[in-house]
Design a protein around this ligand. Structure first.
Ligand code: C2E
Ligand code: CA
Ligand code: CA
Ligand code: CA
Length: 279
């Protein structure tokens, strides 16, 4: 029995060791990817529903892997969040975003508001506000060209600290958006004490807008309430003309989704026609 016990123990540690090694190798690969600039930003246009014009974009990170090709964020962001590498990755994304806005100005392209996704570890990072300030000064890009997308769950884990950081960002002119709104358990009331400029209605509500009366009612109510609180609303995941029309009827301010464009590489986004009137 003793013998078997020992073998089992060894088997267990082998499996664990293997898992740890794999994990460790993935972390090393990601660290190398950041260092070697294998992470690039794709841009998904965000447009004004009333005047049918592109006014901004969401920066979405991609890993151009030497063997695997294009790797999507769900394959490495969770790992980066677990290992803490999200701080380095996040700062890289912020720097690349400023670099991109600088290049747009230098090319004489119309100004846009660029939204960047922020993980909870980044929001609790005391260096976030000073780092963003440094980027504003270095790239000479005013803060009001940048927005941060933060999920409700991220905000509500440490509300007091989040509030301080958000106020620090606001002081730099940065726009604050609540991402995936409606999927957490917060209410607009809880958000009213935070400096929130924009609410992003989660794709899951937009998806069934035409078929699910509940979703229709929820979306309509979110928009009406947000407007009463002087907050703008953007809908994500617009894939059909029907969805677009309903959102327009509800006076939703902005939109984003495959109907207009998937996230695209920088060069393609620079050529993207800002006038989307036919839609
Ligand atoms: P998210 O912030 O909710 O981003 C929206 C996701 O929905 C993107 O997936 C986008 O490509 C996709 N999407 C946009 N329009 C449509 C549509 O009409 N239909 C459908 N089916 N999907 C649509 P993506 O690029 O794979 O990003 C996935 C998630 O990875 C993001 O979700 C975000 O949470 C995270 N992420 C991406 N880039 C970053 C980053 O730089 N930092 C952090 N912390 N997270 C990031
Ligand atoms: Ca987002
Ligand atoms: Ca989202
Ligand atoms: Ca989402």
């Amino acid at each position: 029995a003793k013998h078997r016990g020992k073998n089992q123990f060894i088997l267990f540690t082998d499996a664990m060791q293997k898992k740890l090694m794999e994990h460790h190798q993935e972390e090393l690969a990601l660290a190398k990817a950041i260092k070697n600039h294998q992470l690039v930003l794709y841009f998904q246009p965000q447009f004004d529903l009333e005047v049918s014009k592109v006014i901004g974009a969401e920066a979405l990170v991609r890993w151009i892997h030497p063997q695997k090709g294009l790797v999507f964020p769900d394959q490495f962001i969770p790992l980066a969040e677990q290992s803490g590498q999200i701080l380095e990755l996040g700062n890289y994304v912020i720097r690349k975003s400023f670099e991109y806005l600088r290049s747009r100005f230098d090319l004489g392209l119309p100004p846009i508001l660029l939204h960047i996704n922020l993980s909870s570890l980044q929001l609790s990072d005391l260096n976030l506000v000073p780092f963003v300030k440094e980027m504003i000064d270095l790239y000479k890009v005013p803060g009001h060209y940048i927005g941060f997308e933060i999920t409700e769950t991220t905000l509500l884990t440490d509300l007091e600290h989040a509030k301080k950081t958000l106020n620090g960002l606001k002081a730099l002119g940065i726009c604050i958006a609540i991402d995936d709104f409606g999927t957490g358990f917060s209410s607009l009331g809880q958000l009213k004490n935070l400096p929130v400029d924009l609410i992003k209605i989660d794709r899951s509500f937009v998806m069934d807008l035409e078929n699910d009366p509940d979703d229709k009612m929820i979306v309509e109510a979110i928009i009406a309430m947000a407007h009463k609180l002087d907050t703008q609303v953007i809908a994500e995941g617009i894939e059909s003309h029907g969805q677009l029309q309903m959102l327009r009827d509800f006076k939703c301010d902005l939109g984003q989704g495959y109907l207009i464009s998937r996230p695209i590489p920088e060069a393609e986004f620079n050529r993207f026609d800002e006038d989307i009137t036919p839609l």
